[in-house]
Design a protein around this ligand. Structure first.
Ligand code: NAP
Length: 309
């Protein structure tokens, strides 16, 4: 099978299209013929050796954490997926999705939403699970609360705005000026241009800051939070002394694969409560160009690889 593999850390030039054996599903695994795989910033951070902690001894490795495809074979013990089922998943860190086949634990997969094609479905798992787990599992967001989402037009932010709105929260969201109307169309009551406006002047009494940006954006966020609120971040550990001074809980977390949560997210998509936003689609053999685009350009929504024709 064709797969995109790295043998060393570095720039996009270390990504090689290679011929590898089709993996064998172990006990409780499903073998999936991948039809599409989406990109996330973690792919270029992994490629650069920055994150998650991958040691040089673990190389070579196939990149990619998100797939949609067709179940083709099973290891022992799998009963709830059948051959030819269309499925999607966020993969664990030791399985690469930029490949024509993946073998991974069946419990991490859910049925692909019926209303999405394979490319759209592949754009969902890691970004949507990150948004879901950050807002609800870590942030405890409830109906009637106010949330400020930083980085609202990116892969995670597009889902976060919609999930928060669907949960009955008032959503304020920062994004580039060109994306304000789009972010408001997703359900933000006010989109804030991060270059031309100061969110501190527009957001008050916020229950939850969901921070997909970090740095000085995070540092300026303490002032908008209610005492008793929370700041939940995907990119850096918040300063606990500043959190204590603001009277809030603050946490960085790592998103986890979950077939159950993906099934629930898929139902929301099929019910028309959540839409997906594709930025651009590339073929598998242009994975390096796709990663360069995600890393360097102002991507809106998700970048996806179409795999296997
Ligand atoms: N911990 C975890 O498990 C986990 C999971 C998923 C993602 N992450 C991390 O979370 C971050 C976001 O992920 P993603 O997939 O959404 O990335 P993405 O698709 O690259 O989106 C990032 C967004 O942030 C916006 N942005 C940049 N600077 C900003 C600022 N100062 N204020 C407001 N918005 C700003 C960008 O807008 P412009 O392009 O218009 O500037 C872009 O839309 C990444 O660093 C990623 O690695 C962590």
């Amino acid at each position: 099978m064709k797969a995109i593999r790295i043998h060393e850390f570095g720039g996009p030039e270390v990504m090689r299209l290679e011929d590898l054996p089709i993996p064998s599903p172990g006990p409780n695994d499903v073998l999936v013929a991948v039809k599409a795989a989406s990109l996330n910033p973690v792919d270029y951070k992994t490629r650069e050796g920055k994150f998650p902690p991958v040691k040089a001894e673990q190389l070579p490795m196939v990149l990619g954490r998100d797939v949609a495809g067709v179940a083709t074979r099973f290891g022992e013990g799998v009963s709830d997926i059948a051959v030819d089922d269309e499925v999607y998943a966020m993969l664990p860190t030791d399985v690469g999705g930029f490949a024509e086949f993946v073998a991974a634990p069946a419990r991490l997969f859910a049925r692909k939403p019926r209303s999405l094609d394979m490319v759209q479905a592949a754009s969902v798992p890691l970004a949507a699970l990150t948004a879901w787990q950050g807002l609800f599992d870590h942030g405890g967001l409830r109906s009637g609360q106010r949330v400020l989402i930083h980085g609202a037009s990116g892969g995670v932010g597009v889902f976060a705005v919609q999930f928060a709105r669907a949960a009955g929260a008032d959503v304020l969201a920062t994004c580039g000026g060109a994306q304000k109307a789009f972010v408001e169309s997703l359900g933000a009551s006010r989109a804030i241009d991060y270059e031309a406006e100061r969110f501190e002047d527009l957001a008050r009494d916020v229950d939850l800051v969901f921070d997909l940006v970090g740095g000085e954006t995070q540092d300026r966020s303490w002032a908008v939070l209610k005492r008793g609120g929370a700041l939940i971040c995907t990119v850096q550990a918040p300063d606990q002394a500043k959190a204590e001074a603001a009277g809030v809980r603050a946490e960085r977390y790592m998103a986890e694969p979950s077939g159950e949560q993906l099934a629930e997210i898929g139902r929301m998509i099929d019910d028309g409560k959540v839409q997906v936003k594709l930025d651009r689609v590339f073929p598998l053999d242009q994975a390096a160009e796709a990663e360069t685009h995600l890393q360097n350009d102002h991507v809106v929504g998700k970048v996806v690889l179409s795999v296997g024709g």
